[in-house]
Design a protein around this ligand. Structure first.
Ligand SMILES: [Zn+2]
Length: 396
């Protein structure tokens, strides 16, 4: 697969090489040590404990009173970590209803200020929606993967950052969004009422469904969406995913029909973003989305990978910039080919019908040509994306 380097690198002078090395070193996260010297990273037992708590019947599927309870839980976690409230010192951002003195939800946010005087007014956001579908017909929708998994990851990254020996250079906000399941209303409200001017938000990272696999058959695949608008993030993602039992697939947001989670409103404001997901699966939005059905080893690796991307971003010399025209790498075609092959191979298990099977076959034919050639035309990409969308949205 073509990488990020080019033959031109062979001719650059020694001082340039030195400068590049310094930037690379500055972008590499320092080994994150706890105050007592142990390596700090998201831990399986802690991730699992948060998921089991939030997905328990007590939290009522995190809607209505159960949603409030989940928000209270987040406030308590932030407080225990010693993080300050994000909204004028408060943890809550109340989302008002149409009628006066009513409210329809609450975002919960906390912050950790950076240590570098020249960078601490630059912000990174790490977010996960905590709401889910509630109880319907007497049945609890626990939402373990959707999205207790994302919340647990966020709290673990927050724990690691607050327990590290030195604070990061830039500042970070941790936000639990409400009402994602209601047309992303919580994150839309936040973007319309941000606690700092949005120009200071340099990167938005969110995760939604990070503890299973696409269609239940895609093993160790994890999808990362958003680097098409900020290609500088790609080496950071690759570095963070390296030496892990994960297959990291970089996709463009248009594969998912654009705004499928809380990154949408930030994307709409041209703020660099990353969205981590393992995709939809047979338990998605059913009462079967329970804690015991998650893949905890995979979930832990993804949480650690996100933790590494966050730390790299907080301390890097350079920041991602928004590039309006998406730059979709050939890696995307490779990823789609591999995923479609898996779905084809598991056609019976994922109930692929004849029409879907035809779309998979013809899209795979085109992808094989593209990957062999190592390039694609815009027309070819739109045919691939159309095929992939038909498969992803009708099979799953
Ligand atoms: Zn979700």
């Amino acid at each position: 697969m073509p990488g990020e380097s080019s033959p031109r690198n062979a001719t650059i002078g020694a001082s340039r090489i030195w400068a590049v090395m310094m930037v690379a070193l500055a972008a590499r996260p320092l080994p994150c040590q706890a105050q007592d010297g142990r390596k700090l990273q998201p831990e399986t037992a802690r991730l699992r404990a948060v998921v089991e708590t939030l997905a328990s019947p007590e939290f009522g599927g995190r809607s209505g009173p159960g949603g409030d309870k989940a928000a209270d839980y987040l406030v308590e976690q932030f407080r225990q970590l010693g993080l300050k409230g994000l909204f004028n010192g408060e943890y809550d951002q109340i989302i008002p209803g149409k009628e006066p003195n009513t409210r329809i939800g609450r975002n919960v946010g906390a912050m950790l200020r950076g240590s570098d005087p020249s960078l601490r007014d630059q912000w990174l956001i790490l977010a996960a929606h905590y709401d889910h579908l509630g109880v319907h017909g007497g049945r609890l929708y626990p939402g373990a993967d959707d999205n207790a998994s994302g919340v647990a990851m966020m709290l673990e990254v927050a724990r690691c950052l607050t327990r590290a020996k030195a604070p990061p250079r830039r500042s970070i906000m941790f936000i639990g969004f409400d009402l994602e399941e209601h047309a992303l209303f919580g994150s839309r409200y936040f973007v319309a009422h941000p606690p700092v001017p949005l120009e200071r938000v340099k990167l938005f990272i969110t995760a939604d469904l990070i503890a299973r696999s696409l269609a239940g058959v895609c093993g160790n695949h994890v999808f990362v969406i958003g680097s098409e608008h900020s290609p500088v993030l790609r080496p950071w993602i690759r570095e963070a995913g390296k030496d892990r039992p994960l297959t990291v697939d970089l996709l463009g947001a248009d594969v998912l029909l654009l705004n499928r989670s809380d990154y949408g409103p930030f994307r709409g404001k041209s703020i660099p973003f990353l969205f981590f997901t393992t995709g939809e699966n047979p338990c998605y939005h059913t009462p079967r989305d329970t804690p015991d059905s998650l893949d905890y080893p995979k979930f832990t690796e993804i949480a650690r990978m996100i933790d590494q991307v966050v730390r790299t971003s907080l301390d890097a010399a350079d920041l991602p910039r928004w590039q309006a025209a998406p730059d979709n790498p050939i890696d995307e075609a490779v990823a789609l080919r591999d995923v479609l092959r898996i779905l084809q191979k598991n056609g019976q298990a994922v109930k692929v019908n004849a029409a879907q099977s035809f779309v998979i076959r013809s899209t795979l034919d085109l992808l094989d040509q593209i990957v062999a050639r190592g390039s694609f035309t815009p027309e070819e990409r739109s045919r691939v994306i159309q095929g992939a969308r038909i498969v992803l949205f009708t099979v799953l």
